[in-house]
Design a protein around this ligand. Structure first.
Ligand code: HGY
Ligand code: MN
Ligand code: MN
Length: 413
């Protein structure tokens, strides 16, 4: 193998230390001290690997290995390094470290690629802080708006733009992050599977063929806070009762849509949030995913209809439904998938074509260039929790295939 497992382990462990919830999984939110510390580590590691480093207008760290023909479109590789709350050490960083290790293999070999290669470490992929996920890749794809930066906010009311400014970035330069299709030859990502298929099958790597589409829907039900003891049941504008009807409708709609369609209500804010007050307001998210656009649209339509029905005819009760993120299903590039398969076989690694039920920056970059995504095993299929784990030798197998594929793509005409 060209890659070195001890270097991979060192990077993952180092990044894991930049965490605001030590002892309770990993929490690294965007534009925070933990983000800054991890960014500084990545800049140092990229420079040590011989890369020229820059930060793009939304905070993506880009390490460039110049090509023998610098005018050719770049091959990009990497992933994200922000996290969910109390998550794990591998969701995102596995792919960022893939980029670092590939850069070090180029350095070990003293090899220069024909195309420039840019290794990227992206931020706010999860959307944990501001609710607008796949942030850095949407900026590159020209799908991030000034309005989002000015209106999406965190739990303290700080907008994305304000947080960027406090971090030393200039939101007004958003358009400078955009990558034109002619500038990018490929985008290659490696990610943990976040499910049980590879481990259960004893399979080394997953070659992703399609990434599901995602609709992130914010529903706000506004009612009337009242005394829980003295307000008769037929005189209430109970926001949580209405919200629960929408949640059940979302669940039933996903089941009815079939084809693996899923819907989740995982984030709910009940206000004022006291046991003896009829809820006056409920803000919650419905996460809808499917590999079929028509299923996404069907479930979203039923969620909107359920919100309207839940407040119909009740005084002081109203509903607002806002589509916070709308990403279509994306197929990976067949040529890139074929290279990954060939490289897995050449390395005597077992492999499997897969659907990704998780969203990834690669699916947004699929709107700009030809993309590929490699999965590595997740222990017990767990992710987005402190138990998330991938054995380093298993991570190395995926990185080896990604590295080989990147080097081949970067030497193509
Ligand atoms: O939500 C997802 O699928 C990814 O973890 N951001
Ligand atoms: Mn994730
Ligand atoms: Mn991820």
């Amino acid at each position: 193998m060209k890659t070195k497992v001890e270097r991979i382990q060192k990077d993952i462990e180092a990044l894991s230390a930049f965490n605001s919830t030590p002892g309770a999984g990993l929490t690294r939110l965007s534009f925070t001290p933990e983000h800054k510390a991890a960014q500084d580590y990545l800049i140092g590691a990229m420079e040590a690997a011989g890369l020229t480093v820059r930060i793009d207008p939304v905070g993506t760290v880009i390490g460039r290995l110049e090509g023998s023909d610098p005018t050719l479109p770049v091959v990009m590789a990497g992933s994200h390094y922000d996290s969910v709350k109390n998550g794990g050490n591998f969701d995102g960083p596995a792919g960022v470290v893939m980029g670092l290790e590939t850069a070090r293999v180029y350095q070990d070999l003293g090899k220069q690629p024909k195309h420039p290669v840019e290794f990227v470490a992206m931020i706010e992929e999860e959307g944990t802080r501001f609710s607008g996920g796949l942030f850095a890749s949407r900026a590159m794809a020209g799908r991030l708006t000034a309005e989002e930066l000015a209106t999406f906010h965190d739990k303290d009311g700080i907008t994305t733009g304000e947080a960027m400014k406090a971090f030393g970035l200039d939101p007004a330069k958003l358009s400078e992050a955009v990558k034109k299709p002619e500038e990018v030859k490929n985008f290659i990502e490696l990610h943990i599977e976040q499910g049980p298929i590879l481990e259960n099958g004893g399979i080394d790597v997953g070659i992703v063929k399609t990434i599901v589409g995602i609709k992130e829907v914010q529903v706000t039900i506004t009612g009337r806070p009242d005394h829980a003891g003295t307000t008769p049941m037929d005189m209430r504008a109970d926001a949580f009762l209405a919200a629960s009807k929408v949640a059940i409708a979302a669940n039933e709609a996903a089941i009815a849509a079939g084809h693996g369609t899923v819907a989740t209500v995982g984030k709910v804010n009940v206000l004022p949030g006291a046991f003896n007050i009829v809820p006056g307001k409920v803000e919650f998210f419905v996460d809808i995913r499917s590999q079929y656009t028509e299923c996404l649209d069907e479930v979203f339509g039923k969620v909107k209809a359920a919100a309207e029905a839940a407040v119909e005819g009740v005084k002081d009760l109203s509903a607002d439904v806002k589509l916070m993120m709308d990403i279509t299903p994306v197929n990976m590039d067949p040529h890139v998938c074929a290279l990954m398969t060939k490289n897995a076989e050449a390395a005597d690694m077992s492999h499997k074509e897969m659907l990704s039920g998780a969203g990834h920056d690669a699916q947004v970059m699929g709107g700009v260039t030809k993309v590929g995504l490699i999965f590595v095993q997740s222990k017990n299929g767990r992710s987005h929790c402190p138990e998330e784990w991938t054995d380093y030798d298993k991570l190395q197998k995926g990185i080896e295939v990604a590295c080989e594929t990147i080097m081949q793509l970067a030497d193509e005409d």
